[in-house]
Design a protein around this ligand. Structure first.
Ligand code: ZN
Length: 265
């Protein structure tokens, strides 16, 4: 049997309309999100459960061909309103990383970076429980969306451990995974994350995940709101955040020229 060699993890943020260019990177319209998912399904891709990815990494438990993991950072309400219907239609699971101190609040951490200063609603407890019943997995994105390498040891442990405990209480389930806010991490953060009892952690480093990937630095492709479905497929083929046509051409030309006689690195 043909074993899966590499698995892509996709990272989305908010599903809804973007009001400016800054938001367009992090927000995808419901129409474009549906187009992404339908194109993936048509191309034979299949979303898997987060536990299945980590079981494969840890123990080699086989995955379907063209398996991928779908993740949403931050826990925006738009995921429930706009993404869940198309995922239910396809029968696809997804994972949402929640900021445990901001359940039912707004994404306060973006206020300084979004030029308009607008913030958006995050899922509340009732919505989270409803989504749990519909097959969505929830895990940690820390307590307050802190940049973890900037914290002292006590603050770091607090963000990692207390978000895990608070979410486990809210969900009545084990919280085994975390996504590092802003993708910020270093060796100390990785060590503390392991010590806090997580089973795996997700970075924003682009690329494919082979079985030998560091489970506390799982790679994810950043899907932008401006990506067309064709660009998304190219990103997945290239394992890179640049899904432009030109980038794909350069990638394949490079691969071809490397195999020509007389080619020197
Ligand atoms: Zn985030």
């Amino acid at each position: 049997m043909n074993q899966v060699q590499r698995v892509t993890v996709l990272m989305y943020h908010r599903v809804g309309n973007a009001e400016n260019d800054w938001e367009a990177r992090y927000a995808i319209t419901s129409q474009n999100f549906a187009a992404h998912m339908r194109r993936l399904a048509k191309s034979g891709y299949q979303a898997i459960h987060i536990d299945a990815l980590v079981d494969w990494l840890e123990s080699g438990i086989p995955l379907p061909a063209k398996a991928f993991l779908l993740t949403f950072d931050d826990g925006f309400r738009g995921v429930r309103d706009h993404a869940l219907p198309v995922l239910e239609e396809l029968g696809w699971p997804c994972t949402v990383f929640l900021v445990s101190d901001l359940i039912g609040a707004e994404d306060e951490w973006t206020r300084a970076s979004n030029p308009s200063g607008t913030t958006y609603p995050l899922l509340n407890a009732e919505e989270i429980h409803d989504m749990q019943g519909r097959g969505v997995s929830f895990h940690s994105h820390t307590r307050s969306h802190a940049s973890l390498p900037t914290l002292d040891d006590a603050q770091l442990a607090d963000q990692l451990q207390n978000s895990r405990q608070a979410l486990a209480a809210l969900l009545n389930q084990k919280v085994d995974y975390i996504a590092y806010p802003f993708g910020h991490l270093d060796a100390r953060v990785e060590t503390a994350t392991r010590a806090a009892g997580y089973r795996a952690a997700f970075s924003t480093q682009p690329g494919f995940n082979r079985r030998d990937v560091n489970r506390f630095r799982i790679r994810r492709l950043d899907v932008f709101g401006t990506d067309t479905a064709a660009m998304l497929l190219r990103k997945i083929m290239l394992g890179d955040n640049d899904g432009s046509f030109g980038h794909a051409i350069r990638y394949y030309l490079n691969r071809i020229t490397r195999h020509l006689p007389g080619w020197k690195e």
